[in-house]
Design a protein around this ligand. Structure first.
Ligand SMILES: Cc1cc2nc3c(=O)[nH]c(=O)nc-3n(C[C@H](O)[C@H](O)[C@H](O)COP(=O)(O)O)c2cc1C
Length: 315
């Protein structure tokens, strides 16, 4: 078993702010996944819920990567802090193609106006509700901007967000973690502007002038979405399991040649969540996990910004 290759592929899974909070350890014939407490978002994610969702995506990532090397998962034990995967030789076909794992991406620009792809496989999933109605997408775009603006008013939130943004190529972590200007879909000039707008007290001054919301808003880009998907899971489900399903859905969308741009704010804010659940008729007993803008994959794939394996592997 090539552990380095497994971790390298597993860590291509999406994580909140690209924090890559999961680390791996070899344990006999298994692997232990745990959360790195130094890579959590104290302000945006005080309960480490998004971190556990991200650990769920890394768990499926590990499973996929192990299957590529001829290993299956025989059992999973987990508690709040660690997950142990028992691996056994198994020569069945890998669960996802490497190309699909590589092509999966967060795309934060306007989507191309191409004919819509069919999402037929995805619409049969019990955990998705989908719209492609322009009026509904506009309402969601407005709600996303107003909700995000409310969250951005918290200066501690903005400071933490800025710590995970890499707005200049000179940033030491530009190609290691967080969200760099390319991933954020920002030109050099826009990146300089974003850094200023989010800083304190500039944001507060712009807010008083009534222009902060316009400058941080994503309305017109959101309106280019071909689809918006409400992703919901059973109420009370462990976010680890929701994270596994989240990555699986994202890979399915990639197979349909679709990129994704999440709007977690709409699931995190209680009023917005209620509104979205109403609009999508989310069935009772289910909780909204995220809301996804969906549109065609960009023509050229961006390189993935990830930590080297030696920093993810506990010896
Ligand atoms: C639980 C979770 C929540 C996320 N929420 C957002 C979000 O609200 N906005 C956003 O732009 N990206 C969001 N993302 C996407 C991550 O920022 C993205 O996966 C990460 O930057 C790595 O980039 P990649 O997906 O292109 O590999 C989220 C990802 C996860 C796992």
């Amino acid at each position: 078993m090539n552990v380095h290759e497994i971790i390298s592929e597993a860590n291509l899974a999406p994580s909140v702010h690209n924090t890559q909070p999961t680390c791996w350890q070899v344990d006999g014939n298994g692997l232990i996944l745990s959360l790195n407490n130094h890579r959590l978002l104290d302000v945006a994610d005080p309960q480490a819920r998004d971190a556990r969702l991200s650990m769920g995506t890394a768990l499926l990532g590990t499973w996929i990567a192990a299957s590529r090397q001829g290993f299956g998962v025989k059992g999973i034990d987990h508690d709040r802090h660690r997950i142990r995967l028992e691996l056994v030789a198994d020569n069945s076909t890998p669960i996802w193609e490497h190309d699909t794992v590589m092509a999966r991406t967060t795309f934060r620009e306007g989507f191309a106006s191409l004919p819509k792809s069919s999402l037929s496989g995805i619409s049969t999933r019990i955990d998705t509700s989908i719209t492609d109605t322009p009026a509904m997408i506009r309402s969601i775009a407005e709600l996303n901007d107003s909700t995000s603006h409310g969250i951005m008013r918290d200066k501690a939130f903005r400071a933490e967000l800025r710590r995970w943004m890499r707005l200049s190529k000179r940033h030491a972590n530009w190609s290691r973690d967080g969200m760099n200007a390319n991933a954020l879909g920002l030109s050099r000039l826009e990146a300089i502007g974003a850094s200023r707008v989010l800083s304190t007290p500039v944001f507060e001054c712009l807010d008083k002038l009534g222009v902060a919301a316009k400058l941080t808003g994503e309305f017109s880009k959101t309106c280019t979405s071909h689809y918006v998907i409400a992703f919901h899971r059973p109420e009370g489900e462990d976010p680890l399991d929701s994270g596994v399903a989240f990555y699986e859905l994202w890979l399915e969308l990639t197979q349909c040649k679709q990129a994704v741009w999440p709007m977690a704010a709409l699931a995190d804010d209680p009023d917005a969540r209620k509104q979205v659940e109403d609009w999508f008729d989310v069935p009772a007993g289910r909780q909204l996990i995220n809301v996804l803008r969906v549109g065609p994959l960009p023509k050229s794939a961006r390189s993935k910004t990830r930590l080297p394996v030696n920093e993810l592997l506990i010896q």
